[in-house]
Design a protein around this ligand. Sequence first.
Ligand code: DGL
Length: 274
Amino acid sequence: METKGPIGVFDSGYGGLTVLKEIVARLPEYDYLYLGDNARAPYGTRSFDVVYEYTLQAVRELFDRGCSLVILACNTASAKALRTIQQQDLPIIASEKRVLGVIRPSTELIAHWSVSRHIGILATEGTVRSESYKIELAKFAPDCTVVQHACPMWVPIIENNQHNSEAGKLFIKQDLETLLQKDPEIDTIVLACTHYPLVEAYLRSLLPEHVKVVTQGKLVAERLEDYLDRHEEIKTKCSRGGEIHFLTSENKEVFDAQAKQFLSMDVQSEHIHF
Ligand code: DGL
């Protein structure tokens, strides 16, 4: 009999919970196993090699716990590690399993929303430096001007629950202003880091109405449903019990309290040691 397991969802920390929330809302029948590498977050300022090494470790952990499909709900990991894992590691460690990222599902759809054809990307340093959004958007929306701005403080601010503090808001406001100064014609801003939906409401309050703010959770959930429908061989390996389990490499009590805020549900995580 074929062994079934949960769908794995990975992020450097809490950010992936914003994606998990939307995936569960769209596909509640599946089981999920979330892994937050909170002890080593943020990934955004780390080198390519380190992000790759940490991400592969997380993917292996999720595979070992029965996942046949893992979503990297982290742009930094998707930008820096996904391709190498798909092309180099998977054929050796688990050729029947799959790892998917969050950049492609977002870039396929983003351009539909821009009227001015000027798109702004807010992301971590690692994602910006990888140029992944520019490269992908050049395929789907070659007529668009894409301007990026790295926000290295945002993930630490959000991980430490400081995004509603005056100091946290000041950093966020300054970065948003810098992006718009780079290109005042931007009418679509992509929150290209899965932590950033936590500051979406504040960003919207600072922006004129015609500027859209795009988050990834719903897009990824929609693309995942489509992927499962097109890949019956993976779909049949995903168990359906509607259960969600959580793993964190940090203090589990702290994770549970924070995750509860992200998901509006009680969370009881398990600590894992990397
Ligand atoms: N949520 C991750 C992302 O989407 C944050 C990366 C980090 O840890 O800096 O990029």
